[in-house]
Design a protein around this ligand. Structure first.
Ligand code: C2E
Ligand code: CA
Ligand code: CA
Length: 936
């Protein structure tokens, strides 16, 4: 633009301050009013602002844009205009600050810029509105709304009107430099339009009251819609980011100001700040997070590249919060970071899920290791296998990939085939299978595994076989051992009771199947063998000796049997043989004889040579057939009889035995509770001293008044011993005998001791001796006047318990007698060990001694032995004067028997005692007493 043109422009008479600028914004000229306002300086100061406006003008063919610069005294509001060449190019720019009074030109300028002008005469309350104002809202001069300020506000949307009024009031009161309000205003078509309403007071009265106010309406509908759209988009974006746990942020490092997502504040439980500095964030965050941020920043500054980092924080409730952040630097031309944009994502849930998954996997891994459970996945097509470490360990292979066939090579052929067959079935849609397989590790160790295999075809994954392996070698070994234990006797290695039963039952079933064509008198036979005297060996030589005995005896018996015979140990010293073929009685008896003979040679145990015998009970499967239990019971009954007959006897089961066994059962049953039903009484038999003036002793003998029939002690005592009833019964006998003795003593009867019979079972019962003493004391009978009659068999069992018993007896003066002496063991050592005062010659010797020289010799010998050991000798079962005379001649000390009297009930015995003394029988026995025939 040439200088002449400018000069002419400057001379143009205008009220405005005017500045002319070139295309670059350099001031070319200024008129005097502009100079007065220091407009050139303001333009230079705000060159960048003016540049923006110039560009806006140049770009969109507009004539003018509003421009407001801070001036020295007031804001410099005006217009920047482009001076265009006729062909449209910009020649120069003018910046004009209009004179306050130059309203019309003002208006023109504004109108051309798309603003509607209003001019309010405050005093007159009249508003002048420009045409563009009217057309903006769809009015014409004719239907223009009323021109008061009230009407103006009436057109404002009810939601906005209060804000507009307030802004207006505050401007009129001088609180604000300008009135500005964005609000909706009613259009002539009835709709609403967004406008920016702005204005300011331009004239004041002398006392400072506003007189005139000028302003513009700018249509901002489009802008508002745009903003709305933007806002909606932003909200949508935020929602999407929120759903993804993401949010964007931006930070300006130069000014340290940034914009951070609201969610971030919310997550951290901090109040939302619209603008926030990084410095403030660093102050608020924990140290670990701040150092991570600093590291990221340093990296980004060094490389100028995006960085990715993680922050570990606490949320508003103090719970762990994991954030993942990305940041992208924006660089200027020099490579300096001018802005950092980023994204932050809350990954706490994912982390938690990951941690949980990790934890579960580890747990599973641990559990499977503990349980020795290995797993693998097999791809059906390629047969490629993924093994767990435990699975490799289980197979004794190093961890790592391994083909299925290499692994299967370890397996036995049978297992391999089983496994492959299962895979085929599974591939065809079969249900999961459990297999028991066996393989050998490379070191030769045999492993047995339980395998659970199935086809896993989950959505989204290719189907594959999943197999779990569990090492069950130990379990199987144990159960096999248990199986062995439960079927074999560990000591002898022979089948035990359980296996014998199974085998015998099978044999019986087989025999019954073949019974039709076999001869009726032939059948399978069951032999029960019971070792005689085993118990005493066990007791005197210890269990080791007993065990060795049993083994040796088992071995010897085994040799006598044939291949097909069953042989096993039922328990204790009882063995069982089943002759698994049709045999005649004679054959079975022959087998029994051979078994007994096998044991007749003494067995060596260390330096000792021990002898055992055996009793055998035989039962034969009858033509009508029996169950195993019947057969066993029959053999037992026969064995019982054989035993009673003495050593090395056998007995074939028969009807008689059957009856015998039945009676035993009956008695055993009836014995229970007999004591409570008071079915027992005692009878008494005197033991008379021969010619030495001692008063007679009295033996108490038990009687059972069983309503079911008569039963003498010789029959029921052994049964009571076997079923343990003897302990209670025996104590009752002692108590009753003592009570009776006290009563007789109180009645002034003269007798020595009272004797009771005691079974070995009682003697072995712990605390027996103490109870005997206590019973005496309770009855008020001196223990020294009590005698216990024991059998040799009870005494032979030397034990601590027994010795203790005898110590107690000795201490209290309880006397001991050996009953039935001469029938038991030849070993008389026990006589030295125990404090025995009396020997009672067994009745069988007395009965036979006058007829049988041998019996007579034994009787004499017993008298000698007794005397040699300082004991008194009693003969029992003396029935005749001759016997008595003979015994007296041999030096026997006391006589007991029918020759004096049968056992008597208490009252009769008292009478007997009285007569005995009255008759002076102590001096010599004439042979007749009225009571003697009375037997009980
Ligand atoms: P024992 O102790 O040898 O008793 C002597 C047995 O010979 C008694 O038989 C008695 O009645 C019988 N007797 C006595 N004098 C004669 C005689 O001159 N001729 C004949 N033929 N027999 C005579 P009893 O009372 O039947 O007792 C049998 C066995 O029962 C007793 O033999 C004893 O071993 C046992 N016994 C009896 N009472 C008890 C008791 O209270 N407790 C225990 N444990 N056993 C008892
Ligand atoms: Ca006796
Ligand atoms: Ca006796």
């Amino acid at each position: 633009m040439d200088a002449g043109a400018i000069a002419s422009l400057m001379q143009h008479p205008i009220n405005s301050a005017l500045l002319v600028l070139d295309e670059e914004g350099q001031v070319l000229a200024a008129n005097p009013s502009a100079q007065a306002l220091a407009l050139p300086e303001a333009a230079a100061r705000y060159a960048p602002l003016l540049q923006d406006l110039r560009l806006a003008l140049a770009g969109n063919q507009q004539q003018a844009v509003a421009c407001s610069l801070p001036g020295l005294e007031r804001r410099l509001d005006g217009w920047l205009r482009a001076v265009r060449a006729p062909e449209g190019g910009v020649l120069a720019y003018t910046l004009s600050i209009p004179d306050p009074d130059g309203a019309s030109r003002w208006q023109v300028a504004l109108d051309s810029a798309g603003h509607g002008l209003w001019d309010w005469d405050i005093a007159a309350n009249r508003i002048f509105r420009s045409e563009s104002w009217l057309s903006m809202l769809g009015y014409t001069a004719e239907d223009a709304p009323d021109d008061s300020m009230e009407t103006a506000f009436a057109l404002v949307h009810p939601d906005d009107v209060e804000r507009a009024r307030a802004n207006m009031r505050s401007h009129l009161a001088g609180h604000t430099g300008a009135y500005v309000c964005e609000h909706r205003v009613r259009h002539a078509d009835g709709g609403w339009r967004w406008v920016r309403d702005s204005g300011r007071v331009v004239a004041w009265s002398a006392d400072g009251r506003p007189l005139r106010m000028v302003g513009t309406y700018t249509a901002i509908e489009e802008q508002k819609q745009l903003e709305d759209r933007l806002r909606r988009q932003q909200a949508l974006l935020e929602e999407i980011q929120r759903l993804a746990g993401m949010a964007s942020w931006s930070w300006d490092p130069l000014t340290d100001s940034g914009w951070w997502p609201r969610d971030l504040y919310r997550l951290l439980g901090q109040p939302v700040r619209t603008r926030d500095s990084a410095r403030a964030w660093l102050r608020r965050l924990p140290r670990t997070a701040t150092s991570a941020l600093r590291r990221a920043w340093r990296r980004m500054r060094r490389d100028g590249l995006p960085v990715h980092f993680e922050l570990e924080l606490r949320d508003g409730h103090g719970q762990p919060l994991h954030l993942q952040a990305w940041s992208q630097p924006q660089l200027d031309a020099d490579g300096h970071i001018v802005r950092v944009l980023g994204q932050v994502q809350n990954v706490t849930e994912r982390r938690r899920a990951d941690a949980l998954l990790r934890w579960r996997t580890e747990l599973l891994e641990r559990v499977s290791t503990l349980g020795h459970i290995g797993g693998c996945e097999i791809e059906p097509d390629t047969r490629r296998v993924q093994w767990t470490d435990e699975c490799c360990r289980l197979h004794g292979l190093p961890p790592g990939p391994l083909a299925l066939d290499d692994a299967l090579a370890l397996y036995t052929r049978e297992s391999r085939e089983t496994f492959e067959a299962a895979l085929v079935r599974l591939a065809a849609g079969g249900p999961p299978e459990q297999l028991e397989l066996c393989f050998y590790r490379q070191n030769g160790q045999r492993i047995r595994v339980q395998v659970l295999v199935e086809l896993d075809s989950r959505d989204g994954l290719a189907p594959r076989f999943v197999a779990l392996f569990r090492d069950v070698s130990r379990e199987l070994e144990t159960s096999e051992r248990i199986e062995l234990l439960s079927h074999y006797d560990l000591l002898t290695g022979l089948p035990n009771r359980f296996l014998l039963r199974v085998q015998a039952e099978e044999a019986i079933a087989a025999a019954q199947d073949g019974a039709g064509d076999g001869a009726p008198e032939q059948g399978l036979a069951l032999l029960l063998v019971d070792l005689d005297g085993f118990k005493s060996i066990n007791d005197s030589f210890g269990h080791a000796a007993g065990d060795a005995m049993l083994k040796a005896a088992a071995g010897r018996m085994h040799h006598t049997l044939q291949g097909g015979d069953l042989f096993g140990r039922l328990g204790g010293d009882e063995f069982m043989v089943v002759l698994r073929r049709p045999v005649e009685i004679a054959e079975a008896e022959d087998a029994a004889r051979r078994l007994i003979a096998a044991l007749s040679e003494p067995l060596a145990f260390g330096s000792e040579h021990l002898k055992v015998g055996a009793s055998v009970g035989i039962a034969r499967l009858g033509p009508d057939g029996q169950a195993f239990d019947d057969l066993l019971r029959a053999a037992h009954a026969a064995l019982q009889v054989a035993r009673e007959r003495g050593r090395n006897a056998w007995q074939v089961h028969n009807e008689e035995i059957q009856r015998h066994a039945r009676r035993r059962l009956e008695i055993e049953h009836a014995l229970r509770g007999a004591l409570e039903r008071e079915e027992f009484t005692l009878v008494y038999q005197p033991q008379v001293s021969i010619g030495d003036g001692h008063p007679p002793g009295i033996e108490a003998l038990l009687r059972w008044h069983w309503p079911g029939g008569s039963c003498h002690p010789g029959e029921f005592i052994p049964i009571a011993e076997q079923c343990g009833e003897i302990v209670r019964l025996g104590e009752w006998v002692i108590a009753e005998a003592c009570r009776q003795a006290v009563a007789w003593h109180a009645a002034g009867l003269n007798f020595g001791r009272i004797a009771v019979n005691v079974s070995g079972v009682q003697l072995r019962d712990p605390g027996f001796a103490e109870r005997v003493v206590a019973l005496c004391q309770r009855a008020g009978w001196p223990p020294a006047r009590l005698e216990l009659e024991l059998t040799e068999s009870a005494l032979i069992l030397d034990s601590d318990n027994l010795r203790h018993c005898f110590q107690v007896f000795e201490k209290h003066g309880v006397q001991l007698a050996v009953d039935d002496f001469g029938t038991g063991f030849s070993n008389l050592h026990y006589l030295n060990r125990f404090p025995v005062q009396r020997l009672k010659i067994d009745r069988s010797f007395v009965t036979d001694m006058l007829r049988d020289a041998n019996a007579g010799e034994v009787t004499q010998a017993i008298v000698h032995i007794g005397h040699a050991l300082g004991m008194r000798v009693v003969a029992e079962g003396v029935e005749t004067q001759e016997e008595q005379a003979q015994l007296k001649a041999w030096g026997c000390d006391e006589i007991q028997g029918y020759v004096y009297t049968r056992p008597l009930p208490p009252r009769e015995l008292a009478q007997w005692l009285r007569q005995y003394h009255e008759a002076g029988l102590a001096e010599g026995w004439s042979g007749t007493l009225p009571l003697r025939a009375q037997a009980r």
